[in-house]
Design a protein around this ligand. Structure first.
Ligand SMILES: [Zn+2]
Ligand SMILES: [Zn+2]
Length: 160
């Protein structure tokens, strides 16, 4: 049985190198591809996976987060050796989030309830089946197929 979503959340005790390696292989990317997407030197990226790097500068972190489709907070957590609670999950604004992009880290803040841009209540579950959203790598809920991104409000009331 294929798992729908191997967790993109760092696991307890996982090193930075192991974590990025796991994400990269889950995405089916080569080291070189990730390095290019992240805007880092391939050699530096190689060092990272071999656990020769324990801290990341801001630019590298943001590049890697985008390349690996995770919030950069996750990389922070791994560097600090803290665990991201899987229950925290992904929270995002259904209006401002664009499919294929990682959620804004401000939405993921543990106390954020509403979008700082448009004031919409942030969403962490599928509107249709209420399944927790584990990853925004997908555009649609893997359980019921509902699009995560809110569709423009259409008035589709039919007459009669
Ligand atoms: Zn918004
Ligand atoms: Zn669903």
């Amino acid at each position: 049985m294929q798992r729908l979503e191997s967790s993109s959340v760092p696991q307890a005790g996982e090193s930075l190198g192991d974590y990025v390696h796991r994400l990269r292989t889950t995405l089916g990317l080569s080291q070189k591809e990730v390095a290019i997407k992240a805007g880092v030197h391939a050699q530096s990226y190689g060092k990272l996976e071999r656990n020769k790097t324990s801290s990341l500068n801001r630019k590298t972190k943001q590049g890697l987060a985008a390349a690996l489709q995770i919030p950069s907070d996750y990389l922070d957590a791994v560097c600090r050796g803290t665990v991201v609670s899987p229950n925290q999950g992904i929270r995002f604004c259904p209006h401002c989030w664009r499919p294929g992009t990682p959620p804004d880290s401000i939405w993921l803040h543990s106390r954020a309830q509403y979008c700082y841009v448009c004031g919409t209540q942030l969403r962490d579950r599928c509107v249709n089946c209420d399944e927790r959203i584990a990853s925004l790598k997908h555009r649609f809920c893997p359980y019921c197929g509902t699009a995560y991104q809110a569709l423009k409000a259409l008035h589709v009331e039919k007459e009669g």
